[in-house]
Design a protein around this ligand. Structure first.
Ligand SMILES: *Cc1c(COP(=O)(O)O)cnc(C)c1O
Length: 464
């Protein structure tokens, strides 16, 4: 063995000890770590002939790059929909690198970590009150999960007229409908060759992001005879609006279509009894997207794709890795290789398994309920403020608001606020209007963090 590697292996304990203390230093001080870095200059050096080992690299990293690490897993990072990382999830993620499995098959292929992945999916479905009707697998994010679900939907659409799209290519008779699809759905359509502009937009209800069911039904009638894929939002990123799943499922009984539910973060509303109605009927979906790195507080990158088991044949014909036609029952000798876009995959289920096992139903109920409470508190402040106003009622865990004095000053306000590094929010467009979003998904966010943010906002307004 090359001498450096021999030394590294002999020093493993001290390497991991230093990683541990670096980790503790960051995690125990997350509340003070800035949510924004203004000095984004980082040292750059050419590749050396002789490396400096793991401990040396850690020192160089700390010197040059650690300052670039923002408190995105901290309590006041409210931009996008950014989850934190619970201790159990971090433990699972650390061990994922240690075990370094290539998770594919549940039997026979040497590595059988897929058994744990399937078990994790089973636990997650129990948490979300979903039946065991779905094949589930871990992918990198909701974007890939939307891609996976929509890829099988595309295969299904071709199958309606006897066309094997994975072999013969896309036909243009399929129709995709959505009211307020996430940008990643549009991106998926681009990647799938369906085309990002080929979404038939269903009208939304007045003042809402949810679909107008009368318009939806009319569009179903107009497109009878063509294979239809419907993307349902549960919920939207700006106002956490939910399409009416029960009504959509009722229409699905009348008109045939593929129902894909993008429940990237909104799916976790099922954890709280008072919100579960938002997802009622979602067990009838053909495919569902769930993000784990958002409300589940598992570190990046982690999401789950669920596709009904009755579509196994279509899923395998979409993703099978060999050119040989798939033989036999795909649920026997199950291999993720034939069910998901990636071939080699890390043991991505492990952080989620640790979280589900460590915190159980009550733990996730508390994360979701706490986020909803924080959003309400922050929403109440916005509503009573002389400077700001809500752009939509606070439906769940996102507060969407604007400055009363107009969009230009709002952009300056947000820039100044974010640069102070105490709280981070992101701009968005809601029905073409610029606004600011604050999304609450982190288990660490407490009432005192809302107060800190309010103080920051008031101070920025004084100097604006
Ligand atoms: C975040 C999000 C996505 C995209 O998820 P990534 O994890 O960033 O790939 C898709 N849909 C919804 C509703 C989301 O909130």
């Amino acid at each position: 063995m090359f001498e450096l590697f021999e030394n590294e292996l002999n020093n493993l304990e001290s390497i991991l000890d230093r990683v541990k203390s670096t980790s503790l230093n960051f995690l125990n001080n997350l509340g003070e770590v800035p949510t924004y870095v203004s000095d984004q200059s980082a040292a750059s050096q050419d590749l050396a002939d002789t490396g400096i080992g793991a401990v040396g690299s850690l020192e160089v990293f700390r010197k040059h790059y650690e300052k670039l690490m923002v408190a995105s897993p901290g309590p006041r990072y409210w931009g996008f929909v950014t989850g934190g990382a619970t201790p159990a999830a971090i433990a699972g993620d650390w061990l994922t690198a240690v075990y370094d499995q290539n998770t594919q098959s549940t039997q026979g292929a040497g590595d059988v970590s897929a058994i744990v992945e399937k078990e994790t999916i089973r636990l997650l479905c129990q948490l979300l009150y979903l039946p065991e009707d779905f094949n589930g697998g871990f992918v990198t994010g909701a974007t890939m999960s939307n891609f996976t679900g929509l890829a099988v939907a595309r295969q299904w659409a071709g199958d309606q007229s006897g066309r094997d799209i994975s072999r013969e290519g896309v036909s243009d008779d399929l129709v995709v409908m959505a009211a307020t699809p996430h940008s990643s759905v549009i991106k998926s359509l681009a990647m799938l060759g369906i085309g990002s502009k080929n979404v038939l937009r269903i009208q939304t209800l007045a003042g809402r992001e949810a679909m107008d069911l009368a318009d939806f039904e009319q569009k179903l009638i107009d497109n009878q005879g063509r294979p239809v894929i419907v993307n349902c939002s549960a919920g939207t990123v700006n106002t956490v609006d939910f399409d009416d799943i029960q009504a959509i499922v009722a229409l699905k009984r009348k008109y045939r279509f593929w129902l894909h539910i993008d429940a990237a973060f909104g799916g976790f509303a099922a954890c709280v009894p008072s919100q579960r109605h938002l997802l009622e009927g979602w067990e009838h979906a053909d495919s569902i997207t769930i993000d784990c790195h958002k409300w589940m507080n598992v570190p990046y990158d982690s999401a789950v794709s669920l596709v009904r088991k009755e579509h196994s044949r279509l899923q395998v014909s979409t993703f099978q890795n060999s050119n040989a036609p798939y033989l036999g029952d795909p649920s026997e000798n199950f291999s993720y290789l034939n069910f998901l876009p990636e071939n080699s995959r890390r043991f991505r289920a492990l952080p989620a398994w640790f979280s589900l096992t460590a915190y159980g139903r009550n733990g996730f109920e508390s994360i979701v309920q706490h986020s909803i409470d924080r959003a309400q508190e922050f929403g109440n402040y916005i509503q009573s403020s002389e400077h700001f106003e809500l752009l939509a009622p606070v439906r769940l865990n996102v507060v969407c608001f604007r400055l009363k004095t107009g969009p230009e000053r709002m952009a300056v306000f947000l820039e100044k606020l974010n640069r102070r590094g105490k709280v981070f929010m992101t701009p968005t467009l809601l029905s073409g209007e610029s606004s600011i979003r604050a999304a609450f998904v982190n288990y660490r966010t407490e009432k005192k963090d809302i107060l800190i943010a309010i103080r920051e906002m008031e101070e920025v307004m004084q100097v604006l």
